[in-house]
Design a protein around this ligand. Structure first.
Ligand SMILES: O=C(O)CCC(=O)C(=O)O
Length: 275
């Protein structure tokens, strides 16, 4: 069992994140990286741009991560025992590419209300300051939702380049994770990440997010999977868990889900970006 300790709960309450949490072995992460790379090689482009969302619907190993009981124990400590998965994202930064993530608050554009949800960032590879790990503005979740400019800037891995200004970057805390560890972060904590300066890929698999069954999608439509407990609210359609790798029907479902997600991410914006 991996319920959060009182120290970890305090860290989350005070800072808006808790990290690192040991979940998987290094070998398991290698196996998962191989499965991700097999998908990339078999169906070029499948995990790029909007395809990086919801890879757990076509990959049994990512499905296993998403429904892992140790992760769910930790998540339950924060949002209660009735838990839905409403999506996942692969944040991959290749060496020699310009990928970064501008400082933002997830709650600003994800459309999940109330904020009874949490995001789990699972390190498939090591993630550190050299290869562009996430950085958190500690305590910023206690403030109101901030103004975000839409920058649509080159290399920004966010759909619209949503950016909070005046972040004290040299005070932000790096979330240094070994492959197999995870962090959990609050919907309102301001965070971002820099470029990958290493010569290997930085791969994060992000369950974005685990939501309480009482949470609605107010900007569009999200299908979900029940991860734990019971759903007496039934606000969302349910989708099946995948049974085999890159199955044709699962690929179709992933595509459909990702088109709903694009609507959410671009909601209220006249311009569309590169993702
Ligand atoms: O992987 C990254 O660098 C950023 C991820 C992120 O913004 C998130 O998980 O909310």
């Amino acid at each position: 069992m991996t319920y959060l300790s009182s120290n970890q709960l305090k860290q989350y309450k005070d800072k808006g994140f808790v990290s690192p949490i040991n979940i998987f072995s290094k070998d398991k992460m290698k196996e998962i990286r191989n499965e991700i790379e097999l998908i990339e090689n078999t169906i070029p482009g499948e995990l790029e741009k909007s395809g990086r969302y919801n890879a757990h619907l076509i990959s049994p190993l990512l499905d296993e991560v998403t429904h892992n009981s140790k992760i769910l124990d930790a998540v339950q400590s924060l949002i209660g025992e009735n838990i839905l998965v409403c999506g996942t994202t692969l944040f991959i930064k290749n060496p020699n590419e310009q990928g970064f993530v501008s400082y933002h608050q997830d709650a600003k554009y994800i459309g999940l209300e109330p904020h009874n949800w949490v995001t789990a960032w699972v390190a498939i590879t090591d993630s550190n300051e050299h290869n562009g790990c996430m950085r958190m503005w500690s305590g910023s979740h206690q403030d109101i939702l901030k103004q975000h400019d839409q920058k649509f800037n080159e290399g920004n891995l966010l759909t619209r380049g949503q950016t909070v200004s005046n972040v004290p970057k040299n005070e932000t805390e790096p979330l240094i994770l070994k492959a197999g560890q995870m962090s959990l972060h609050h919907p309102k904590v301001v965070h971002g990440s820099d470029l990958n300066h290493s010569n290997d890929r930085r791969i994060g698999f992000v369950i974005q997010s685990y939501i309480g069954t009482n949470v609605k999608q107010v900007l569009g439509k999200n299908s979900v999977q029940l991860a734990r407990g019971i759903d007496k609210f039934n606000f969302h359609e349910k989708i099946e868990r995948t049974k085999s790798l890159m199955e044709k029907n699962d690929l179709k479902i992933k595509k459909q889900e990702n088109s709903y997600l694009q609507e959410i991410f671009y909601s209220g914006s006249e311009k569309k970006g590169n993702y």
